[in-house]
Ligand binder design. Structure first.
Ligand code: APR
Length: 260
């Protein structure tokens, strides 16, 4: 996309999202791709040479917990060595400076790059990579430092511990879904999601069907692309900074105050 063409579609996206009073940002693996974290599908995707049924399902963990833990420790180590990119940092600016509105950032990503980019209160719909939890009772712990918690039985009930991710076939955390629905978003920015995994993929479709503008950022077309109000072809690292600069700019504030 040429610069002028990019500018035009970014302006369209900004005009769609600027009036929102409750803006939902929904981020998929594509948001972390520019920080060096592999996506699941598409070029270089994890599911191209890893079996999801062995590594991200309760059955796979039951069959070979050490194989699953090895994979999760490898991912934890890789992500600990990645740095948030400028697009992720721009989301922190959006959260702080979007005029006269609240911004809820929800992600199906398990990594902690948004937190490390300065975003607070991230809603992890598919769990958190650095959380280790009990496979039986409600115990969970933050295993950021050295995976030590992953090497011992549950301190509460002595059962086997597992990664804190939500696996295929498991339901999303009720608290996260409740918070998402209680937010009553009136605008949505979807970044780097293949829109293949429900129920997360259905959230932007539902918002757009109720007349709330949805903007998509993705280098590729997805099932959302023909549904949403505006779909920008490009990477998060390139498109988010100029878009968010406009959304948080004083010009927007003046325009909004004139609109009342
Ligand atoms: N910027 C923005 N988007 C990108 C970029 C980039 N630099 N690079 C790739 N993408 C897009 C791809 O085009 C694709 O549409 O990111 C998307 C990544 O898709 P997936 O790998 O399927 O990731 P996601 O949609 O988050 O997967 C959902 O599936 O395996 C489960 O639980 C896992 O949370 C994950 C869920």
């Amino acid at each position: 996309m040429g610069d002028s063409g990019q500018r035009v579609i970014i302006d369209k996206a900004v005009r769609l999202l600027a009036p929102a009073k409750r803006l939902l940002v929904l981020a998929g693996a594509g948001l972390s791709a520019d920080a060096g974290v592999p996506t699941f599908r598409g070029e270089g995707g994890l599911w191209n040479d890893h079996k999801a049924e062995d590594l991200a399902t309760p059955g796979g963990f039951e069959r070979d917990p050490e194989l699953v833990w090895d994979w999760y420790r490898e991912r934890r180590l890789h992500i600990a060595n990645c740095e948030p990119h400028v697009g992720q940092r721009s989301i922190a600016l959006l959260q702080r400076h979007f005029p006269a509105a609240t911004v809820l950032i929800a992600t199906t990503n398990e990594d902690d790059l948004l937190e490390r980019a300065g975003v607070s209160d991230v809603l992890h719909l598919h769990g958190a990579l650095f959380t280790t939890r009990c496979s039986v009772c409600a115990w969970s712990g933050d295993d950021h430092v050295d995976n030590a918690l992953s090497l011992m039985p549950c301190p509460q009930c002595a059962a086997r511990v597992r990664p804190g991710s939500v696996w295929f076939g498991e339901s999303l955390p009720k608290s996260a879904l409740d918070r998402m629905h209680a937010f009553h978003a009136d605008g949505c920015l979807v970044i780097g999601s293949s829109a293949m995994v429900q129920p997360a993929a259905g959230i932007p479709v539902d918002l757009q069907s109720h007349g709330h503008p949805v903007v998509e950022v993705n280098p590729e077309e997805t099932p959302l692309s023909n549904v949403v109000a505006c779909s920008l072809r490009g990477s998060a690292k390139v498109l988010l900074p100029p878009m968010i600069d406009l959304l948080t700019s004083s010009i927007m504030r003046e325009q909004q105050s004139r609109q009342g």
